[in-house]
Design a protein. Structure first.
Lengths: 450, 255
């Protein structure tokens, strides 16, 4: 019984933490305090391996992660061509490249776009500490959550993006988090802070790629502030290798009449979680959280999606689609909280899944917690198979069963792929999907058809 | 072209579910045959069994196309032989564009027959021509296949596929159901324009009205899984006037 109360795996991270705790000169004093507090939190929580009675991890077994040891600190070298080969890329985009958690000036491609500050978070913390000190961890630090705490305990660098009031950026800003191909299993703590000024418009693409051939741990934390009238179009592309763990946290704070729209494309990692929360904190804010996940083999993909309507007249829309094959597992946990003051809220949640094999499993639990009385809300989740009538229709036109299934899977995905508007980004997700479909089909069985 | 011999078929995995109870039918090259019958007579089942739908099992008899049995062939293989089924209720397929789907269908056929695939350029040209010929709204075919199409638009889309795929044996399964007179005329014009000495049609219908526009060479009355009468176009008019009652009594209640 005493073992159960010890936080899991804290010892595996403590040595690395002690090593950096005293040596991080050059960063601001306040940051040392932030890190120390975060370490304290993590050391109390440990890796969440307890599942019973733990809603957040009920369907996800993190023991393989807790049992693994990950090194910290080494930064590998990466060639630009390797990034271009594995991540979406467009020379016209302002691109910030972070390798093993560290900003790379050489690999980044910044055009000095007017109104945009984009670059190293570490540099920003001591050169213009005012707002950053207030903002950094103010969203992700509110909750007692092991993975944001662990990220913050090692907070050192990452990407910082600020957009001056009234700026409409003509081209997307791309942040690429790269895990280099160093041989050791390592932990990285990608970090992104976005300060979107009033009445701005920005497209942010966040890509996670992994060049290593071994199990890696990536614990990204993204905090975004959408000021009044700001419009943020966010894309998240997760392409970890299939042995790795990726547990990402995104926290968005929205002021009046701001719009946050995000579409996720999640295909990588052995165990992956996309945990995103939007706080609609002033009237007229609206958010759209969409995504596509595809799983095969023994992969697990979680979508932990939540929105809080704190003020009236806000709109939220959650819509995810999953394609599962082999013995893979996905979780959609969608939550919307409408607080007492948040009258005239409008919230929808939807999760649609295509199961291609008997061994694939989806746990979908959309939930609404409504404390206001004048609210429009709807939710639903489905899990279906390839429809036999549809298959017959395609076959009767001369298309063989395998090709017909591929067409139907692609058709199912298309609605989400279509949301990836920047051309190079669409081409990327389209290519990855077309490469993935044969893998999904190779692990499908007759029971995937009804 | 097509020869059906003593065909018996049941619903898969359901005992005592025989629907087709010994059908004999011969369709020669270039002929248009109408199969008429009341609801539940098995006419839709016949259309689907000919195309190889999985839900049915053939328990006796044979179906020959150009002298070869097709019963062991998959639906796509039957399509490669030149067979085509226009559906009563075409499936809605989200995210799949008619263009993309028809290109895949033609590619599969070319591959199966050891021919070269059509280039995207040539296919586009062909597709655009056919879209115009069938009179489908060009914006419609840029959307998902059949999704949000009206009944008439779905049937027109079936005609578009017929035009692009150019089958040698086209089976129309109650293509007239749910159509207004204008749409009916368009479907009929599509069929009539494709009539040729090398192409045969089987038109399955409940009502005679489609046959006002498509004049069949032969009319069969199907009742309770059996063809009870075969005749010329005048047989359809007789059904129009007198209904199926007379024929129902011919097979008796226990047939």
């Amino acid at each position: 019984m005493t073992f159960a109360t010890l936080p899991a795996a804290v010892d595996k991270y403590s040595e690395a933490y002690e090593a950096i705790a005293g040596t991080r000169s050059g960063s601001a004093d306040w940051l040392s305090t932030v890190r120390r507090r975060a370490w304290q939190t993590f050391s109390e929580l440990g890796i969440p391996v307890k599942r019973r009675g733990n809603e957040l991890w009920k369907y996800t077994d993190l023991r393989p992660l807790a049992d693994s040891v990950f090194e910290y600190g080494a930064v590998g070298s990466v060639a630009l061509d390797e990034i271009k080969a594995t991540a979406p890329w467009d020379d016209a985009w302002d691109t910030v490249v972070i390798v093993d958690g560290k900003f790379s000036a050489d690999l980044s491609n910044l055009h000095g776009t007017f109104g945009l500050t984009a670059g190293s978070l570490g540099e920003a913390t001591y050169s213009s500490a005012g707002d950053i000190e207030k903002q950094l961890t103010s969203l992700a630090g509110r909750e007692r959550y092991a993975f944001t705490a662990l990220n913050t305990a090692f907070l050192d660098d990452g990407a910082y993006i600020a957009i001056a009031d009234n700026t409409k950026l003509p081209t997307p800003v791309h942040v690429v988090f790269v895990t280099s191909n160093l041989p050791a299993s390592r932990a990285t703590y990608p970090r992104l802070l976005v300060d979107a000024g009033s009445n701005i418009s920005i497209v942010i693409i966040e890509t996670h790629v992994n060049l290593a051939n071994s199990a890696q741990l990536s614990l990204p934390v993204v905090e975004m502030f959408a000021n009044s009238g700001a419009t943020i179009r966010h894309y998240r592309v997760q392409m970890e290798n299939e042995q790795s763990y990726h547990l990402g946290t995104t926290r968005v704070h929205q002021l009046d009449d701001s719009t946050f729209t995000s579409t996720t494309f999640a295909v990588g990692a052995a165990i992956a979680r996309n945990d995103i929360h939007t706080q609609l904190d002033a009237p007229g804010a609206n958010c759209t959280l969409h995504g596509l996940y595809m799983t095969s083999g023994k992969q697990q993909q979680d979508q932990e999606i939540s929105t809080t309507h704190a003020k009236p007249h806000c709109t939220s829309n959650q819509f995810y689609k999953g394609i599962l094959s082999g013995k893979s597992h996905a979780v959609f946990s969608g939550k919307v909280v409408v607080e007492r003051d948040a009258q005239k809220s409008d919230a929808t949640q939807k999760d649609l899944n295509l199961l291609l094999s008997r061994g694939a499993e989806i746990d979908a639990k959309p939930s609404l917690e409504i404390y206001a009385d004048d609210v429009t809300a709807a939710h639903g989740a489905t899990a279906g198979h390839v429809d036999r009538d549809t298959l017959f229709y395609l076959q009767s036109r001369g298309v063989d069963e395998e090709t017909a299934k591929a067409i139907l899977i692609r058709g199912f995905a298309e609605e989400m792929l279509d949301e990836f508007k920047p051309e190079a980004l669409y081409e990327f997700v389209e290519r990855v999907t077309d490469e993935r479909i044969p893998v999904l089909l190779s692990e499908s069985d007759a029971l995937g058809t009804t | 072209m097509l020869e059906i011999k003593n065909l018996h078929a049941s619903v898969l995995d359901i005992d005592d579910s025989e629907i087709l109870k010994g059908i004999d039918l011969k369709v020669n090259k270039g002929e248009v045959h109408a199969i008429m019958g009341p609801n539940g007579s098995g006419k839709s089942t016949l259309a689907n069994v000919l195309m190889g739908r999985f839900d049915y099992v053939v328990t006796d008899g044979d179906v020959l196309v150009n002298g070869e049995s097709i019963l062991a062939l998959r639906p796509d293989q039957r399509a490669h032989l030149g067979m085509f089924l226009a559906f009563q209720y075409p499936a809605e397929i989200p995210g799949v564009r008619p263009w993309q789907f028809l290109k895949a269908a033609l590619d599969s056929k070319a591959e199966a027959n050891g021919e070269d695939k059509m280039t995207v350029r040539n296919f586009s040209k062909l597709f655009d021509e056919k879209v115009e010929a069938v009179g489908i709204n060009p914006n419609l075919v840029k959307r998902s296949l059949n999704e949000g199409f009206s009944g008439g638009e779905k049937k027109r889309n079936e005609m578009l596929q017929l035009e692009v795929l150019q089958p040698t044996l086209a089976i129309l399964d109650e293509t007239d159901s749910g159509l207004d007179v204008d749409a009916l005329r368009i479907v009929a014009e599509g069929v009539n324009s494709m009539r040729s000495p090398d192409r045969s049609f089987i038109v399955v219908t409940h009502y005679q009205r489609l046959l006002n526009y498509i004049t069949p060479d032969v009319v069969h009355i199907l009742i309770k899984g059996k063809i009870v009468k075969t005749g010329g176009p005048e047989l359809a008019l007789e059904v129009e006037k007198d209904g199926y009652k007379k024929h129902l009594s011919e097979v008796g209640s226990n047939a």
